[in-house]
Design a protein around this ligand. Structure first.
Ligand SMILES: *Cc1c(COP(=O)(O)O)cnc(C)c1O
Length: 412
């Protein structure tokens, strides 16, 4: 008899900036039978997924598809496919994930310049535009919603400036897609990377991306075709010198688009069950309606922040540029943040997040994303946090937090 126990994960209330609770309909979709990757039923699902992604990214771009892997696989795919060694890349950094973009760009061989602004704030777009004029990059990579600091960077003016100067703008919208507006076309973003396990409420394992024809032109100029697959008519691309071709096979967007597009040229084997999950997750997003979904994220944010403030907690960072889907209370003086998180998890089954680098031990991060972003969860986290803080000796006006949140929900 095997000593391994049957898998039985605990039911949790997940109020972190990801992964968040998956919608039960998404989990059900993942249990459906496997289809072959070129079965017309499956390729229809692929096409529908692309079409739904266009709506969620708010774009007319032809290319909208998921990269298989976690969100950073989407970041790597876009950056490795666009950056030639020696290219100049500018990365404005206002938190942890900006550093990730800079690191990936460096690994792609770019000459990376960074500008930084204080964590807990975002850039005045004018500062970024000045840096663009100074550094003259071929590509700018920036985070939209920084989950490490709970801040959201306005992108419209930056997009316009990049377009005028013929610079590509790549945006990490992993945390914002499906929770707060991401206007790919209106803001003139050239490539955007989303995430599944945040506001889409699909498990981690895919990275939806979109890019426009400016990006595609670059990809085609570096295109290479796997020798065993090349048809003689396109063998020129197969013969392209390795030195100029995209330095990854798995993340080569020119090959990925041939796989997702009408050619259906074999590349990897699409992750069947993850595609079912993404398809169902996107269907749920569009059935709710994007505007309605953004409004739901705002009301729950409002109730959560009202409750935290009523408890006597202060919020970290600039409130003018606060990311609606992540709220960062400061850990009060004399309270051990990790002890509080551990009690929340073990006594209440609720998970909230700690933070990174300079913010470790200074703030908690509470996510209100996707399926986790609902009234019952917000009320539970407020009630439980109050109880745990009382237990840890923090003096607070008992009962006020949940009442303040209820006031928001009942419109009092
Ligand atoms: C979560 C997150 C990522 C990384 O996503 P993974 O799925 O863990 O690879 C990247 N950028 C931002 C802004 C994020 O919030």
């Amino acid at each position: 008899m095997s000593a391994y126990r049957e898998l039985s994960p605990s039911l949790r209330t997940i109020m972190t900036p990801g992964p968040v609770e998956a919608d039960p309909r998404v989990l059900r979709a993942m249990s459906f039978p496997v289809l072959g990757q070129f079965d017309p039923e499956f390729t229809d699902l692929m096409n529908e997924t692309m079409s739904m992604l266009r709506e969620v990214f708010r774009t007319g771009n032809e290319w909208c598809f998921p990269v298989d892997g976690t969100s950073r696989s989407g970041l790597e795919a876009v950056l490795v496919s666009l950056i030639r060694p020696g290219d100049r890349v500018l990365v404005p950094i206002f938190g942890r994930f900006g550093h990730l973009l800079a690191e990936i760009a460096e690994r792609c061989g770019a000459e990376v310049s960074v500008i930084e602004t204080e964590w807990g704030t975002v850039f005045d777009p004018e500062i970024i535009i000045q840096a663009i004029h100074r550094h003259k990059p071929q590509l700018v990579a920036i985070v939209h919603g920084e989950t490490s600091t709970g801040q959201v960077q306005p992108l419209g003016e930056i997009g316009k400036a990049c377009r005028e100067l013929d610079i590509l703008l790549v945006v990490d919208a992993v945390a914002t897609i499906g929770g707060t507006p991401v206007e790919t076309d209106q803001w003139m973003l050239d490539a955007v990377i989303g995430g599944t396990q945040k506001c889409l409420s699909v498990p981690s394992g895919m990275a939806p991306i979109t890019y426009n024809s400016r990006v595609e032109q670059q990809l085609l100029s570096r295109k290479r075709i796997e020798r065993g697959l090349a048809d003689p008519a396109v063998s020129e691309a197969a013969a392209r010198p390795v030195s100029d071709s995209i330095r990854s096979n798995y993340f080569d967007l020119s090959q990925l688009q041939d796989y997702w597009g009408p050619m259906r040229l074999n590349h990897h084997t699409e992750a069947t069950s993850m595609l079912y999950a993404l398809h169902e997750g996107l269907r749920i997003v569009l059935a709710e309606g994007l505007e309605e979904r953004f409004a739901r994220h705002r009301i729950n944010e409002l109730a959560l922040t009202a409750g935290l403030q009523a408890m006597g907690l202060q919020l970290y960072g600039s409130q003018a540029s606060k990311l609606p889907v992540v709220t960062c209370p400061l850990i009060p003086e004399g309270i051990d943040g990790e002890q509080v998180r551990s009690m929340l998890l073990h006594q209440f089954g609720i998970e909230i997040a700690s933070s990174f680098g300079p913010l470790k031990g200074r703030i908690w991060r509470i996510g209100t994303m996707g399926f986790s972003c609902r009234q019952t969860n917000v009320l539970q986290v407020l009630g439980a946090l109050e109880a745990v803080l009382l237990r840890c000796g923090f003096r607070l006006p008992a009962g006020e937090a949940v009442q303040a949140a209820l006031d928001v929900y009942t419109g009092k």
